[in-house]
Design a binder for this molecule. Structure first.
Ligand SMILES: *Cc1c(COP(=O)(O)O)cnc(C)c1O
Length: 221
């Protein structure tokens, strides 16, 4: 058995049933993705549009592609036909653009709102209050072509598990709050995308339903 399929089997055995594995294949060739596919993996995550578009035609059609990295407005049109989920919705402007392009091809895209939880200064993601007001706005909540499926977050890059746990706790509580507020029109708000190779154990303890794992499957990039 290949190393990649071994790694996938190990992760599957470890993850609870409610947690789906997104295999992050960025910087790895299509052959590596094919190995993971042969081990039964169907969800793959890429963080760059060009890379996803280059690999997609080389691989089986039943792969579910997730975009997990920052998406520029001018790339939305190109990517919308090929992705089932975008984890990295980080502005209202981007949301409107995705809606516009999805409508044109009669598609509904599963979207996660990226929440800024890390200590690092980053340009990307909403603060919790911005998420609350976005979803309280009926005209945004009911955008055609968009299905709000949940939240995504990236913890601070640190060895300190206390810091990471507090950040995961913050996004988990926000997720529960929104789910329980039961906004009309958000029946499918049930995904929490947290956890990467270095912190997925903690993420699973804090309610993750989608872990995005690259290195622990494909090795270092
Ligand atoms: C690269 C990447 C991952 C996976 O990181 P690993 O540490 O290799 O598991 C997860 N999420 C995002 C947004 C990424 O860019």
């Amino acid at each position: 058995m290949s190393k990649i399929s071994n790694n996938i089997d190990k992760l599957r055995a470890e993850l609870p049933d409610r947690v789906r594995l997104v295999a992050v294949s960025k910087n790895h060739p299509a052959e590596s993705i094919r190995e993971a596919y042969q081990a039964g993996q169907r969800i793959f995550g890429e963080n760059r549009v060009q890379e996803l578009l280059a690999k997609q035609p080389l691989l089986p059609n039943d792969i579910e592609w997730h975009l997990i990295g920052h998406l520029q407005g001018n790339k939305v049109k190109a990517i919308v036909p090929y992705v089932s989920m975008i984890h990295s919705i980080d502005s209202v402007r981007l949301l409107l653009e995705v809606s516009r392009e999805a409508i044109k091809i009669s598609k509904t895209i599963d979207c996660l709102l990226q929440v800024h939880i890390a200590r690092e200064e980053t340009k990307f993601g909403f603060d919790p209050d911005e998420v609350r007001s976005l979803l309280a706005d009926g005209s945004l909540r009911e955008l055609p072509g968009i299905s709000f499926r949940g939240l995504m977050g990236m913890a601070t890059f640190t060895d300190d598990p206390v810091q990471v746990a507090s950040e995961f706790d913050l996004i988990h509580r926000l997720f529960i709050e929104i789910k329980e507020a039961g906004f009309a029109g958000l029946p499918l708000f049930n995904e929490l995308s947290i956890g990467m190779s270095g912190d997925y154990h903690l993420a699973v303890k804090h309610g993750s339903t989608l872990v995005r794992i690259g290195t622990a499957i494909f090795g270092s990039r």
